[in-house]
Write a protein that binds this ligand. Structure first.
Ligand code: D41
Length: 652
């Protein structure tokens, strides 16, 4: 084989694996094997620069930073979608469509991805130009940025049409959005308000290397200008895209009536949070392209499609106050108290402002009119201040220099965003630590909610977690509105919590950076909590998933004599801190599991608890010791690793 042939073969193979990985999310080889192929290709191209081609997989990030974007005139304008804001408007559209056609058409229902509309142009199977939608007539040439999106093929397989222009939506996954914002905050940069803005900002980078770092993705949904045989229906268009390796959203439904279309809308209005990306509605399209043509378009919108828009997740309200809350590690968190507004079906009256830097970056002041956004069950966020509506009377926020709970000193460690109250005896911290200790994923002491904890601390009955195990019937009866029966229930719940597995106790202690998963991993490696506190930094870091930060934090906890006393007190009062007791035996005893991706019927924590109930072990990282990997939707690198190691993979 000549070098040229080998280069071409490598490109073909890599292109195939890119497709398996990025388009189908179903890789056939491990990351390591892929890297070997890529490195060989890079080496050959470096040795034979005359063989480098723009559509080589090594050339995704190509060209120098630009000074601006060229204007692109779309050969076929990108029309926009007419909107329906409720079911009545959908029925009205269905009625008009049926009247114009004189029959009841099939509709295709698809998700309305909340991203940016773009057009991709292929000539002779090669990706030659990508552009923003712009105003529909003309957009901007963002070819170099779109080339960096790994699911966009630089070359189409086989004999695609000579010219093919496809339309789709570029978006950013919520996980990537969170990652990017964390990174920006750490670097002192303003975070993006939502994934859509983050995707837009990333596509507008003049330096494609920056775009390449922002893992963007795309779903294709429309055919623009195309030469060659045309499909007959929208479903065939989508099938053609799939044949060409263009990424199509899997959640599509062919509807034989409007009822089905409405059912699809209702389903996704409820289920939208299960997706790993934002959608802002559902698009209904007439399936037959002949009928699409017959229906035609108004000045702006095709008559054959309509967007059903979900209720907005954003609303406008006023900041009435900014208060400061003290968390269990002493972190002071500013919280905006808002004039209550209804957003996506529930009333919002507060929004987290995270830390002083974010308040400063967003320049949120008491009295400001703000746009807030609610996504799923996360705490609502302030997207931005409507500065145009300032009166001049707004009050800027200042982080207090003393703790609002105990009056103690407030410090800010260098390079940290958080201000902290460093008084470990601070009452607010104690209450938060105890609330965490008894919470569901920790010791799970049923009935002991925040209000009860508050009362127990108020009465001086509890000063640390071990005190909970010394509470008597009379102590509980001394609380407001507690009768004999509920007091007995409290005692029973406290008793039951003594036999929680050690990893739960560890998590319950609330050591900084030690989350539920790290705690689980740690207690798989140490016989009990005492052994854990004796471990060296190196021994701790040898545990999978435990890095420098976690290890240092455990060492810090262990070095504090009070904490050693606490552990002693917990054992004396009967709380199990080790594996010695209570490893339940069951059908899964001896098997190690790893969970990855979003499960459908239950949360991951719940699934882990069930596996443990049956005697199995759950760890966070895939290793040769792993027996099974259970995969849900959108699994990540754990699945790739499992496949590389040949570990059995199970669905839910
Ligand atoms: O997911 C979307 N955001 C989406 C947008 C979609 N699934 N289908 C769309 N279909 C069209 C027509 C029917 C006009 C081809 C669209 C859009 N348009 C669109 N997005 C932005 C402007 C128009």
């Amino acid at each position: 084989m000549t070098v040229k042939e080998r280069v071409e073969e490598l490109r073909r193979v890599i292109r195939h694996h890119d497709y398996r990985y990025y388009v189908l999310a179903d890789p056939e080889i491990s990351d390591g094997e892929y890297d070997v192929l890529m490195r060989e290709l890079e080496a050959l191209e470096a040795a034979h620069p005359e063989l480098i081609a723009p559509d080589s997989p090594t050339q995704r990030v190509a060209g120098m930073p630009q000074t601006g974007f060229e204007v692109v005139f779309h050969r076929v304008p990108l029309l926009s979608l007419a909107n329906a804001f409720d079911e009545e408007e959908l029925w009205a559209w269905d009625g008009r469509t049926r009247r114009l056609l004189g029959t009841e058409p099939e509709y295709v229902a698809e998700l309305k991805i909340d991203g940016l509309a773009v057009s991709l142009l292929y000539e002779e199977g090669r990706f030659v130009r990508g552009a923003t939608r712009g105003d529909g007539e003309q957009g901007e040439d963002i070819t170099l940025n779109l080339r960096t999106i790994p699911s966009i093929p630089l070359r189409l397989p086989g004999n695609g049409p000579r010219v093919l222009e496809v339309r789709g939506e570029v978006y950013m996954d919520r996980r990537e959005f969170e990652r990017l914002n964390d990174e920006r905050l750490a670097a002192g940069e303003a975070p993006f308000a939502n994934p859509r803005n983050a995707a837009a900002g990333s596509l507008r980078q003049l330096d494609p290397r920056i775009t390449a770092e922002r893992r963007l993705d795309i779903f294709l949904y429309g055919l623009g200008y195309a030469e060659g045989p045309r499909p007959q229906t929208h479903m065939e268009v989508l099938a053609l895209f799939q044949d060409l390796g263009l990424r199509v959203n899997p959640n599509i439904r062919l509807c034989s009536s409007m009822e089905e279309g409405i059912a699809f809308c209702r389903h996704w209005a409820e289920a939208r949070e299960e997706l790993s990306y934002d959608i802002d509605g559902v698009v209904l399209k007439v399936n037959s392209l002949a009928w699409q043509e017959k229906l035609g378009a108004t000045a702006k919108n095709p008559r054959w499609a309509i967007a059903y828009k979900f209720p907005a997740q954003e609303a406008t309200t006023t900041v009435e106050d900014i208060i400061v809350q003290v968390g269990r590690t002493g972190v002071l968190t500013p919280l905006a108290i808002l004039t209550p507004v209804v957003v996506a079906g529930s009333t919002v009256s507060r929004a987290s402002l995270h830390n002083a830097d974010i308040v400063a970056q967003k320049d949120v002041r008491v009295g400001d009119v703000v746009i807030i956004r609610k996504a799923g069950d996360v705490i609502p966020e302030i997207v931005k201040v409507v500065k145009e509506r300032r009166t001049g009377k707004e009050q800027p926020f200042r982080m207090p220099t003393t703790c609002p709970s105990c009056g103690g000193m407030v410090f800010r460690a260098p390079k940290e965003a958080a201000h902290r109250c460093v008084n470990t005896a601070c009452r607010a911290q104690l209450v938060e630590r105890l609330i965490h200790f008894v919470s569901r994923d920790a010791m799970d002491i049923e009935g002991l909610g925040p209000a009860r904890i508050e009362q127990l601390v108020e009465k001086g009955l509890v000063e640390d977690p071990a005190d909970i195990y010394a509470l008597t019937m009379d102590d509980f009866l001394s609380l407001e509105l507690v009768q004999e029966t509920s007091a007995r229930n409290f005692l029973e719940a406290v008793e039951a919590s003594k036999s929680r597995p050690a990893h739960r106790v560890l998590y319950a202690l609330g050591i900084r950076h030690v989350g539920a998963e790290a705690a689980r991993e740690l207690m798989n490696h140490f016989p009990d909590l005492f052994a854990l506190t004796r471990a060296s930094q190196e021994e701790l870091m040898a545990v999978p998933g435990v890095g420098e930060k976690i290890a240092a934090s455990i060492r810090e906890f262990a070095a504090e004599p009070k904490n050693q006393e606490l552990l002693g007190e917990l054992t004396r009062r009967g709380v199990g801190l080790g594996k010695a007791e209570a490893v339940p035996k069951g059908p899964l005893t001896g098997y190690q599991f790893v969970l990855t991706g979003a499960l459908e019927s239950m949360g991951r924590k719940e699934a882990a608890a069930k596996i443990e109930e049956l005697g199995g072990k759950v760890t966070g990282a895939v290793s040769t010791k792993t027996d099974y990997v259970v995969v849900g939707a959108d699994p990540g690198s754990k699945l790739t690793r499992a496949e590389a190691l040949g570990i059995r993979v199970l669905d839910e």
